[in-house]
Design a protein around this ligand. Structure first.
Ligand code: ATP
Length: 255
């Protein structure tokens, strides 16, 4: 298991690329009486960027919350990460395996500085040198954050806060990053640079599962994608093929 050795700017050993890292089989998720996922199966291989797209309320956030084992849901089916059964684990054990979530709305601490937010992400890597290395890598990826280390996170623009949220998740040196709607509420130019950063993160060996309502940017930036509709997978395949598909264009791309 290589969680925490993966790194945004250093390539992984070639032999690891391609093995299944996250695997869901027939996963059903309910919130009390509401069934949000009705039997979803998907996999994400090491080093991939996989997009999960679909309309409002389709169940995308629920899927990410389920992987993280966040409370409040009833789950059945099989959820495995690097062969380990996630259903048997609590959230802190899942994060300790090397899965990091960048939540919708970013979740940065507005009254803490950029540096303090980043330091909080480095839990479990308290030794100074590792933290400095991680901070250096994040700042290399997002130079804007380096210019704003002493600024309160609440005074950053939406795009900068998204960079900070991603940077904070990377501070824990995850093997896999789950991103929930990174484009939400962000100016189009910054969306482009955030997705360029996501591609750089994956090129550095961190596997990515990204949830997006912005289907065009998600399919343009990922290798494979799943389309979820009212709790079920409607389509799956190579992102480039889905992007060119007339049905997908009509349903999700305003085509
Ligand atoms: P969005 O893009 O709007 O966030 P989504 O695809 O991420 O949508 P989810 O947030 O996963 O969708 O919601 C899926 C379904 O589960 C919806 O019908 C939603 O109302 C329901 N749901 C989500 N969270 C809860 C909750 N805490 N309690 C009850 N129902 C919930």
């Amino acid at each position: 298991m290589t969680a925490r050795t993966a790194h945004p700017t250093r390539p992984p050993p070639a032999c690891e690329v391609g093995a299944t890292l996250l695997e869901l089989r027939d996963v059903k998720v309910g919130y009390g009486g509401i069934t949000a996922l009705k039997g979803v199966s998907l996999e994400v291989r090491r080093g991939e960027i996989v997009a999960l797209v679909g309309a409002n309320g389709a169940g995308k956030t629920t899927l990410l919350r389920t992987v993280l084992r966040l409370p409040g849901t009833q789950v059945s089916g099989s959820l495995r990460f690097d062969g380990k059964d996630l259903l048997a684990l609590a959230t802190e054990d899942v994060t300790a395996l090397g899965i990091a979530l960048v939540p919708e709305g970013r979740g940065v601490f507005p009254n803490l500085t950029v540096r303090e937010n980043l330091d909080l992400g480095a839990w479990g890597h308290r030794d100074r040198r590792a933290m400095e290395e991680s901070t250096h890598d994040v700042v290399t990826l997002f130079p804007r954050l380096g210019e704003r280390m002493k600024q309160d996170a609440g005074t950053l623009s939406g795009g900068e806060q998204q960079m900070l949220a991603i940077g904070r998740a990377l501070m824990a040196r995850p093997a896999m990053l789950l991103l929930d709607e990174p484009s939400l509420g962000i100016a189009p130019k910054l969306v482009t640079s955030i997705f360029a950063a996501i591609r750089a993160i994956a090129a550095g060996g961190v596997t990515v599962l990204v949830v997006e309502q912005n289907t065009k940017v998600a399919l343009s930036s990922s290798g494979r994608a799943y389309v979820v509709r009212t709790g079920e997978l409607a389509r799956e395949g190579a992102s480039a093929e889905l992007l060119a598909d007339p049905q997908i264009q009509a349903a999700y791309l305003g085509g």
